[in-house]
Design a binder for this molecule. Structure first.
Ligand SMILES: Cc1cc2nc3c(=O)[nH]c(=O)nc-3n(C[C@H](O)[C@H](O)[C@H](O)COP(=O)(O)OP(=O)(O)OC[C@H]3O[C@@H](n4cnc5c(N)ncnc54)[C@H](O)[C@@H]3O)c2cc1C
Length: 507
């Protein structure tokens, strides 16, 4: 049966029939070597980001070793983006269809949960990485399976699952792309009750009868949306005032409203004081003195970097810390160490990590060739400027929430003189056609001095596919008066752009 997995370039590809062995390459066979083997570049971690760094380095002709302790493809392919979106796609498609008169009657029934889970399993290649290993072999990178650690400047040691040790040396760069894992709160006995983290929430094979979701961010809202739709009775416990606190406040409000309509309970200002298991039942006592029972509990309470056991101490860095980088993704103060993707804490998103990987790969190659770095060369290649001002994100809830750039609060905090305009998306003709009774909201935050857009947030059905238009406007710093000439097609949801421009003109 073919396997299907994400390629580092973002598509979906089918594995070729050849199944690669871990060390197959067109270079030296490291299994037979005991002394240190030199490569131009050593990449630690083969998630989407490590894969892309390796791809760029190989494309520049640099010999490249990649060290991976679990599955090539990383968190994104097996326990994050791919499985979560495979789970959510039918949920959102059904919700969209239910808003189309003439179609809604046909989709009133429940989801076929076993089929949804089987589709998710297909998208994770049954948690096998043959396809991605094959791809890595195809680009001529050498894969070492095992736990990698820095062992002093430019040196990496690899401890294979079989106990075999390898020593690698990097002539030009070591790229740490080890990503993150779920952060659990410091609650007594938490490990014993075996809570769900994002890994279990994206890989479970049955819907628990009752599920408590702790947290109000992206993972919490997406997984609450999915499992409520699969038949679990979901209770979301949010410490703060609302959901999605990093977005404009209306995003969290609209998503909370929809979750409640779907039958979930959302309790704000609520945290877990203690959690135990009585038999198979999870019992939570909250800070407000309530007792809540469930079959499973998901903690979606943040991420910590995979840097506690990668030998940072051997080069004078703090184990367990996020790695601070400059815009070429080189660790501050180092000539040879790069930290790319989640591990540098700039933007914990696959697309942004892959963007960084392209830039890091180009910067490593340029430095290896002795070519000066340019901020903007022909491919815009050597500085990850979008990390600061134009990070897009889509939250795949119902309704979807999508944003790029700064929220109003962030823009004000950063000291910009701004004007923000809001539009009720039900005023857009195309939105009404897209979904009867369309509910959604848009906000555009404009720099009053430069008259360019600093941030845009859209909440409503189908907006995820719209956000790239805003990314172009924000990253391109397109003047607002020029945007009048970017004419949205009638009747599409994109006409929200016209309403936003009118609101800005008339404000
Ligand atoms: C539930 C969930 C859903 C998400 N959905 C989306 C989404 O829809 N869109 C999006 O853009 N982002 C999403 N994200 C975020 C996305 O998963 C991450 O931004 C992305 O995986 C980061 O890629 P990375 O390569 O930096 O790290 P990872 O994907 O974490 O890969 C790191 C790799 O390094 C390996 N590794 C770690 N330590 C070592 C070591 N010492 N030696 C060898 N190997 C090591 C790990 O095994 C892993 O394979 C989601 C996250 C979660 C939790």
């Amino acid at each position: 049966m073919p396997v299907c997995t994400t390629s580092p370039t973002g598509g979906v590809f089918r594995a070729r029939t050849r199944v690669a062995t871990a060390h197959t390459s067109n270079q030296t066979d490291p299994m037979t070597e005991t002394e240190s083997i030199a490569y131009d570049v050593v990449v630690l971690g083969a998630g989407p980001v490590g894969e892309n760094v390796a791809d760029r380095a190989r494309a520049a002709g640099l010999s490249t070793a990649v060290v991976e302790s679990e599955l090539v493809g990383g968190e994104c392919s097996y326990w994050a983006c791919m499985p979560s979106k495979a789970l959510l796609r039918p949920v959102i498609a059904r919700a969209d269809a239910r808003r189309v008169p003439g179609l809604s009657q046909a989709v009133q029934g429940p989801l076929d949960v076993p089929a949804v889970l089987a589709h998710r399993d297909y998208y994770t290649s049954q948690w096998k990485d043959d396809g991605q290993v094959d791809w890595l072999n195809g680009i001529g990178a050498v894969l070492y399976r095992g736990h990698g650690r820095l062992a002093g400047p430019r040196a990496v040691s690899v401890e294979g699952a079989d106990g075999e040790q390898h020593r690698l040396t990097a002539r030009h760069a070591v790229a740490v792309c080890t990503g993150t894992r779920a952060q659990l709160p410091d609650l007594p006995g938490l490990a014993q009750i075996k809570p769900w983290t994002s890994r279990e929430a994206t890989s479970a094979h049955a819907a628990p009868g009752r599920l408590i979701v702790v947290g109000g961010g992206v993972v919490a809202t997406e997984m609450a949306t999915a499992w409520q739709a699969f038949g679990s009775q979901v209770t979301v416990l949010v410490r703060g005032k609302g959901l999605l606190p990093r977005m404009e406040p209306f995003a969290g409000e609209l998503v909370a409203e929809a979750l409640k309509e779907a039958g979930a309970e959302v309790r704000t200002g609520t945290s877990v004081a203690s959690v135990t298991r009585e038999g198979s039942t999870v019992v939570v006592l909250t800070n407000t003195g309530d007792r809540i029972e469930a079959d499973e509990i998901l903690f979606a309470t943040g991420r910590v970097p995979h840097t506690d056991d990668i030998g940072l101490d051997t080069i004078g860095l703090e184990p367990g810390s996020w790695l601070d980088v400059d815009d070429s993704l080189r660790v501050v103060g180092s000539e040879w160490l790069y930290a790319v993707g989640d591990v540098n804490h700039r933007a914990l998103l696959t697309h942004q990590g892959k963007y960084q990987a392209r830039i890091a790969g180009a910067a490593i190659a340029a430095r290896a060739a002795g070519v000066p770095l340019l901020e903007t060369d022909r491919w815009g290649a050597h500085a990850a400027t979008a990390d600061h001002a134009a990070v897009p994100q889509v939250v795949f809830t119902d309704p979807e929430a999508a944003a790029v750039g700064l929220s109003l609060a962030e823009a004000e905090q950063a000291g910009h003189r701004v004007r923000a305009v809001d539009v009720d998306m039900s005023s857009v003709a195309g939105a009404g056609l897209y979904a009867h009774g369309y509910r959604g909201k848009a906000r555009m935050v404009v720099d009053s001095d430069r008259e360019i857009i600093l941030g845009l947030t859209l909440v409503g059905p189908g907006v995820g596919e719209l956000i790239h238009s805003a990314s172009v406007a924000v990253a391109g710093e397109v003047p607002v008066n020029r945007l009048w000439h970017a004419v949205p097609s009638y009747p599409t949801v994109s006409e929200v752009w016209l309403r936003l421009l009118e609101a800005y003109r008339d404000a």
